[in-house]
Write a protein that binds this ligand. Structure first.
Ligand code: AMP
Length: 419
């Protein structure tokens, strides 16, 4: 039996990196006053149809949609925003506090062609910030994303930013873009020659070579922004400068989901090949009301965890603990069990495999990552002591039975780095 294509196991050898990413995320987001919200992985299909937009690749091609036993259409969440907003509306969170700063971490599902950096089950760190419409909220939210990328030690992270304007200035731009594209329809890819009528913005985002060549000469959204949107964009950029976050403007950046207004952005990192986007997001001022909630503005972003993991060095942490070995008959097993329990009570990791021969136990200790092993033999038992062997240096010493944990700590400290 094998895992489903595009869905990966995360094995113990890799989990240190995942913990590092998750712990760093929680630490940074806590500094900005964000709280975690966990929503279910399954939602009614309709939520995503309304929340993401029917003309998007995600909804058109990538959703895992099933009928459950009652015949209801349900979907494995392809992104988190719609679910988080549904939860916010359902629980009236904005009534309790009109400003909500939320994050979530978890798996998402998209039926895409699997390749390096692109999977069918993947994980996102997701942020939603609701209730603030000013540009400094955008600048600070983007700075938080950038700070997370920096704290994760990612190299050459760059931030590209654009403004998609509001419904009214974007409408004018879309008309211009559409009439520009009409003359080029023959060379557009199949998707774009259809999308140019339903959602011409998406053509800007198409990765096909011919479409990219076409859009190189297309009108630029920046020339169509109304005064309010232009002012907002300017202040976001000024805010980023104050926060010392470097950025590049990219007027072609529209991103895959329909709901964005004004600020959109993407973070890329080097070392990932063609799938080099590690995070993306933007402002979505109309989305909460589209989903049946109050007319409250919002901004959010999502990082793809697998792509971050691909960039991280192996993280092996020093084991703070002691391997326990017995040398003698079964009576010693009880002593070993008590010692294991005492060591754990003293906050030290402790393990043993007591049924094996002394030689096999020592071999396992030597192969383990434990820096120290404790040996209990007949002689030790009679004298109320335990032999401690530093497995890094082979140095041996003895400690009274009731001071073993203390002695293990001092051996760990001798090699430095443990606390
Ligand atoms: P999106 O939700 O499409 O805006 O994507 C946000 C981030 O999630 C991207 O920048 C990627 O890092 C990551 N991502 C999106 N789709 C996938 C996928 N199929 N496999 C792995 N990571 C993905």
């Amino acid at each position: 039996m094998k895992a489903i294509r595009g869905m990966n196991d995360i094995l113990p050898e890799e989990i240190g990196k995942w913990h590092f990413v998750e712990d760093t995320t929680r630490r940074i987001f806590d500094l900005y006053g964000f709280a975690e919200l966990r929503s279910p992985i399954l939602e009614r299909t309709e939520l995503f149809l309304r929340g993401i937009g029917e003309d998007t690749d995600v909804v058109e091609k990538q959703m895992y949609t099933f009928s459950d036993k009652s015949g209801a259409s349900i979907t494995l969440r392809p992104e988190a925003t719609a679910s988080v907003l549904r939860a916010v509306i359902e629980h009236g969170l904005l009534g309790k506090d009109p400003i909500q700063k939320l994050y979530s971490i978890g798996p998402m599902f998209r039926y895409e062609r699997p390749q390096k950096g692109r999977y069918r089950q993947f994980h996102q760190i997701n942020v939603e910030r609701l209730g603030e419409e000013g540009p400094y909220c955008d600048a600070e939210t983007l700075a938080m994303a950038y700070e997370l990328a920096t704290a994760l030690d990612l190299n050459n992270v760059s931030l590209e930013i654009n403004s998609l304007g509001c419904a009214s200035c974007r409408k004018v731009f879309m008309q211009q873009l559409q009439s520009f594209l009409e003359h080029k329809q023959a060379v557009l890819c199949e998707d774009c020659s259809r999308r140019m009528h339903t959602n011409p913005l998406r053509v800007l985002d198409c990765k096909t070579d011919t479409c990219q060549q076409v859009v190189a000469d297309a009108p630029s959204i920046e020339d169509f922004l109304c005064d309010d949107c232009r002012g907002h964009y300017h202040c976001v950029l000024e805010g980023l400068k104050s926060l010392q976050v470097p950025y590049t403007k990219n007027a072609r950046l529209v991103r895959g989901l329909d709901y964005y207004t004004r600020t959109t952005f993407e973070l890329t990192a080097s070392g990932l090949g063609s799938q080099n986007a590690i995070a993306g997001g933007g402002r979505y001022d109309g989305l909460i009301s589209t989903l049946g909630g109050p007319d409250v503005p919002g901004i959010g972003f999502a990082f793809g965890i697998e792509r971050i993991i691909m960039l991280l060095e192996d993280r092996t942490e020093d084991v703070k603990g002691c391997y326990v070995v017995i040398h003698g008959d079964e009576r010693l097993q009880h002593e070993a069990l008590k010692l294991l329990s005492d060591l754990r009570s003293a906050n030290l990791r402790a393990e043993a495999v007591l049924e094996k021969s002394f030689k096999a136990q020592m071999k396992r200790a030597g192969r383990s990552e434990y820096p120290v092993c404790a040996i209990i033999g007949e002689d030790e038992l009679a004298r109320g002591v335990v032999t401690l062997k530093d497995l890094r240096t082979s140095f041996q010493t003895q400690a009274p039975r009731n001071e073993v944990a203390k002695k293990v700590y001092s051996l760990l400290e001798e090699q430095g780095g443990y606390s």
